[in-house]
Ligand binder design. Structure first.
Ligand code: SAM
Length: 427
């Protein structure tokens, strides 16, 4: 008869693989497997990934719990293996040491709940036993794996199934396709949500249609970035468009989306599309002057490969490559997330295109932090997205194409700028 109710092993796993220490799906999978390998009955698992790094989580088992907190920057994991009954938690320890590629560790084992120190209360156990029986269904356990995109002060967390469909560290970024319960499959680059099946149309309809209807007769369109394919899909809905050139730096993004997000990557075989896997910044340096009607910058956040997509030199090159009545649209961050990048980009566009030639379109993307996002314009000619005159044409197109976000009112409404944003953009 055990003299203690529980057994607690406190483990310091050191010199672990930092990438594994930052991989919430891998850690959840390994922790659940560590419990099951030792014969435990898993009740549920709750795991959180913190951006930029770190994972915390717990696997609740019939025999108590396994818990973990990681510091990838130190290659370190603090692990708790708390068990009761006959379960040998050292089996879990061995599995985790191997899974985390831990080069060194220390562990303390202690008995918890010494029965000599405790007084047993007599109460009706029958109801308790029956309840426990319900939990004994090994197939049925809830997984709570959370993906969190955050900056210092705010975050967006999405619960995902823990399934990872694509996970490649490319020369530019980590490319992953995971599945969230609420928004379905999604593309994450370096742990930032890029696009999801359930709300991608918000972004892709608003990046394409306002500009194409403002221009009215665009034939030659350039897209920088946009590796998921949603932007070119929307641009190619316009029959007037004769050619779309797309320059995406990371071929892994295209591969991942073609394979796992086919509804978004639906236009990659369109004969009007010329796809180049290359750096858009370098491409713009040598782009022919006055060659495009519309240039769309569908880039990721101003870090890593996309940092240069927010520079004065880059937008000056874009200005030169636009025809006289050309329009530029850029993924513009949010007045409530990355405010500095949002404001600086608009000031750059005002300097290059002109003070009244850099309007901002605001719209909603539920899976982007704060949900409030923007596209920023550079207008080289006289046409202005606020001066919409072809509303009936727009709504007929919306009807015909079955668009789900964009329409003539949303077009106009998106350029209605709240006062706090006007204040941010004042130069
Ligand atoms: N909707 C997303 C957002 O708002 O952040 C952007 C989606 S799209 C997937 C962003 C694409 O820009 C990525 O595929 C990334 O590889 C690409 N990209 C980043 N830097 C680039 C560069 N310098 N040249 C071309 N493509 C680039």
């Amino acid at each position: 008869m055990s003299t203690a109710l529980g057994n607690h092993i406190l483990v310091e796993f050191m010199n672990c693989d930092p990438h594994i220490m930052n991989d919430v799906a891998a850690i959840e999978r390994d922790m659940v497997a560590a419990a099951q390998k030792a014969g435990a009955t898993v009740i549920n698992s709750t795991f959180h990934h913190f951006s930029p790094f770190g994972v915390s989580g717990v696997v609740v088992i019939q025999e108590s719990h396994l818990a973990i907190h990681t510091w990838p920057e130190y290659g370190y994991a603090a692990v708790d293996l708390f068990t009761c009954g006959e379960m040998d938690a050292w089996i879990s320890f061995d599995h985790l040491k191997e899974s985390f590629k831990s080069q060194s560790y220390s562990a303390i084992e202690m008995k918890r709940g010494s029965v000599n120190l405790l007084t047993r209360n007599d109460f009706d156990m029958t109801t308790m036993r029956q309840k426990a029986g319900e939990w004994r269904n090994p197939e049925f356990f809830t997984r709570n794996v959370w993906f969190t995109d955050k900056d210092e002060f705010q975050a967006l967390s999405l619960r995902f199934t823990g399934e990872v469909f694509f996970d490649v560290q490319s020369p530019f970024q980590r490319v992953r396709i995971i599945e969230s319960y609420k928004y379905g499959k999604m593309l994450a680059l370096d742990d930032m949500v890029m696009t999801t099946i359930e709300d991608e149309f918000h972004y892709h309809e608003m990046i394409a249609h306002p500009a194409l209807f403002t221009h009215g007769n665009a034939k030659n369109v350039l897209v920088i970035g946009g590796g998921d394919g949603g932007t070119v899909r929307e641009v190619l809905r316009h029959e007037s468009v004769e050619k779309v050139m797309m320059v995406e730096i990371d071929g892994e993004v295209i591969t991942a989306c073609k394979e796992h997000l086919p509804q978004i990557a639906a236009a990659f075989d369109n004969p009007k599309l010329e796809l180049l896997v290359d750096d858009g910044i370098a491409f713009m340096k040598t782009a022919a002057p006055e060659s495009y009607d519309i240039i769309i910058i569908d880039g990721s956040d101003p870090v890593g490969p996309a940092e240069g997509l927010f520079s004065v030199e880059f937008y000056t090159n874009c200005f030169n490559a636009l025809k006289k009545d050309g329009i530029l649209i850029a993924q513009g961050e949010s007045p409530k997330f990355n405010e500095k990048a949002f404001t600086e980009l608009n000031h750059t566009l005002q300097d290059i295109f002109g003070k009244d030639k850099a309007p901002v379109s605001l719209f909603f993307v539920p899976t982007y932090p704060t949900g409030m996002w923007s596209f920023q314009y550079g207008l080289k000619g006289e046409s202005h997205p606020k001066m919409v005159t072809n509303e009936s044409t727009i709504d007929a197109f919306v009807e015909e194409k079955g668009l789900r976000y964009y329409n003539a009112d949303v077009h106009k409404g998106s350029f209605a700028t709240p006062n706090f944003v006007k204040a941010l953009l004042k130069t």
